[in-house]
Design a protein around this ligand. Structure first.
Ligand SMILES: NC(=O)c1ccc[n+]([C@@H]2O[C@H](COP(=O)([O-])OP(=O)(O)OC[C@H]3O[C@@H](n4cnc5c(N)ncnc54)[C@H](O)[C@@H]3O)[C@@H](O)[C@H]2O)c1
Ligand SMILES: O[C@H]1[C@H](O)[C@@H](O)[C@H](O)[C@@H](O)[C@H]1O
Length: 340
């Protein structure tokens, strides 16, 4: 049984605690921590896990074999570094850290440790629909890929959400997905600002991002974070000989009063429910069999942060922002992606 300590018991922390306590096999949540100690205590009590006074104390405790970090993005670096220093595997929700410099510090610490401990929560790689799309691409049935059109729509976002977060918090999923889908790197980013939605307050919403890939493939991503009607994730690849897109995920189709309708998920928990389950089960199984994590690596987290920083620069200046990665350490040479 893998004994896991969870740092950050907010929305996704609670969802992952639920899946590790009542859905997945071979795992038990043995410790929790949150700066909000009242929330941590009540969430921990539901699964019989004690609440620790700090994330660092949780990481150091012998009851914890592996750590899951679900606190706010700016706090990820300190906990991931502490887990590496303790030699414990750590699953960190996205983003790995909020700056590329912080991601580099994590890479350096893991490389110095000498083997992989870190996995980043880019769950789209585990989604049935994205995996099927990658498979179609791999068979060559739509020919060489030329372009991809994506949309990432949230019904609404919390009050603390700032305009850069449309890139660093939202489109960062597409950044990782695109690198994985095409086995390629993003080399430059442009950001266009359409007419502003009156529903987003002061936010610049929506945004239109354009990624250039080393192969010449172009990917456009619409981010809309006040779309109201639900959580809508789209993707269509245009190839030389055909197109392939994510299928409809609606469990039910309703026709009534002259309308024909699919159900739209409310949020990410509903849309990616199964992807999170598969992501965690594979992580747990890899650790229990004595191996290293094989999902999105610290390198993937770093690469996403560099592209994300370029996107923020492009948003602020209106310029095309090139992306430059450091040389990839050997540790990440053969790992870093799950194969569909
Ligand atoms: N993979 C996904 O689809 C997905 C979905 C949602 C959130 N996330 C990521 O998960 C993280 C948390 O998001 P959320 O929606 O659960 O946010 P949230 O605000 O609901 O929860 C975050 C929790 O972290 C706690 N916290 C803040 N600073 C802390 C610290 N220094 N130490 C310990 N706890 C601390 C807060 O008190 C809060 O309870 C973010 O990085 C977010 O980007 C990923
Ligand atoms: O943290 C959340 C989460 O990552 C969701 O998957 C994404 O759709 C949201 O835009 C983001 O704010």
């Amino acid at each position: 049984m893998l004994q896991v300590g969870v740092i950050g018991t907010g929305m996704i922390g609670q969802d992952h605690i639920r899946r590790m306590s009542s859905v997945l096999a071979g795992v038990r949540v043995t410790a929790v921590a949150d700066v909000d100690t009242t929330v941590a205590a009540s969430v921990g009590a539901r699964v019989g896990a004690p609440a620790f006074e700090s994330g660092e104390a949780l990481i150091a405790d012998p009851s914890v074999d592996a750590v899951v970090v679900c606190s706010w993005g700016p706090t990820h670096e300190q906990y991931v570094l502490a887990a590496i220093a303790a030699g414990k595997p750590v699953f960190c929700e996205k983003p790995l850290a909020t700056t590329q410099e912080a991601c580099l510090r994590i890479l350096e610490a893991e490389v110095a440790y000498g083997s992989r401990l870190v996995q980043v929560g880019y769950m789209r790689r585990y989604d049935d629909s994205y995996r099927a799309l990658k498979k179609v691409l791999g068979t060559g049935q739509i020919g060489a890929p030329l372009m991809m059109h994506c949309a990432h729509r949230n019904a609404s976002v919390p009050g603390f959400y700032e305009k850069e977060m449309a890139i660093t918090d939202t489109a960062v999923h597409e950044i990782d997905m695109v690198r994985w889908m095409f086995d390629d790197e993003i080399t430059a980013v442009r950001v266009l600002t359409p007419r502003r939605s009156s529903l987003g307050g002061e936010l610049q919403d929506p945004l239109m991002l354009l990624f250039e890939l080393a192969s010449g493939v172009l990917v456009d991503v619409e981010t809309s974070v006040n779309i109201r009607y639900g959580y809508d994730i789209r993707g269509e690849i245009v190839g030389e000989e055909g197109t392939a897109s994510l299928g409809s995920l609606s469990p039910v189709h309703v026709r009534r009063s002259g309308l024909s309708a699919d159900q739209v998920p409310a949020d990410w928990r509903e849309r990616f429910l199964r992807a999170y389950d598969v992501e965690f089960q594979e992580w747990i199984d890899a650790l229990r069999s004595g191996g290293q994590p094989v999902g999105p690596s610290a390198w993937d987290g770093y690469a996403a942060a560099v592209v994300s920083d370029a996107g923020v620069h492009a948003l602020r200046t209106g310029e095309r922002a090139p992306v430059a990665l450091v040389e990839k350490p050997k540790l990440y040479g053969v790992t870093g992606g799950v194969v569909a």
